[in-house]
Design a protein around this ligand. Structure first.
Ligand SMILES: [Zn+2]
Length: 187
């Protein structure tokens, strides 16, 4: 079984942030990464020591078929969908980031909104070109399925486009009042 691919460093770090230490629940680890050979397969090994409890931690990720050059932060990956973070987790990340942007100072808010927008883009990558909603196979984590079950209607192409527009308006320093996107008939 090959390792799940981390397409970029930003994606690997997001995955690590979504997976706290199993012993103490801390996500605070200074990760070192290195290319390693595991039984003839090249992998990216992230290792570090948990700052919470001192436990050594290690994750192995597969390498992407084609490397993606980072084009600003964040660069989670190329056009292919994530193997590490599922559609529900991406929406969770988008929601949390958008929420934190609301109370952050302008510079931090810009970064948080960039993460939120990129996360929404990642959800769209799970859909075939003509699909109208995110397929079942795009939800494999517990958090991801929970987020979907809370509101499955958010995982349609139309609603994701609406969310993307709201986020880019906010990023442009032009916040949209709740509800206005739908009043304009977007999506
Ligand atoms: Zn720990």
């Amino acid at each position: 079984m090959p390792f799940a691919v981390a397409r970029t460093r930003d994606e690997a770090h997001l995955y690590l942030d979504l997976h706290p230490c199993e012993d103490c629940g801390s996500v605070d680890t200074a990760w070192d990464s290195a290319l390693v050979n595991v039984g003839g397969e090249l992998a990216n090994r992230y290792a570090g020591t948990c700052a919470g409890c001192g436990r050594p931690r290690e994750y192995l990720f597969g390498l992407p078929e084609r490397e993606v050059a980072p084009v600003g932060f964040p660069t989670f990956g190329g056009p292919e969908p994530s193997q590490l973070v599922d559609a529900g987790q991406w929406l969770w990340v988008a929601d949390l980031s958008a929420e934190s942007a609301a109370t952050a100072d302008p510079e931090e808010a810009g970064g948080a909104l960039a993460i939120a927008s990129a996360a929404v883009e990642e959800i769209v990558k799970f859909m075939d070109a003509r699909a109208e909603r995110v397929p079942e196979r795009a939800f494999w984590s517990e958090i991801g399925r929970r987020v979907r079950d809370q509101d499955p209607g958010r995982f349609t192409r139309a609603r994701l486009a609406e969310l993307r527009e709201t986020l880019s308006r906010r990023a442009a320093g032009n916040p949209v009042r709740p509800g206005t996107a739908r009043e304009r008939g977007v999506g």
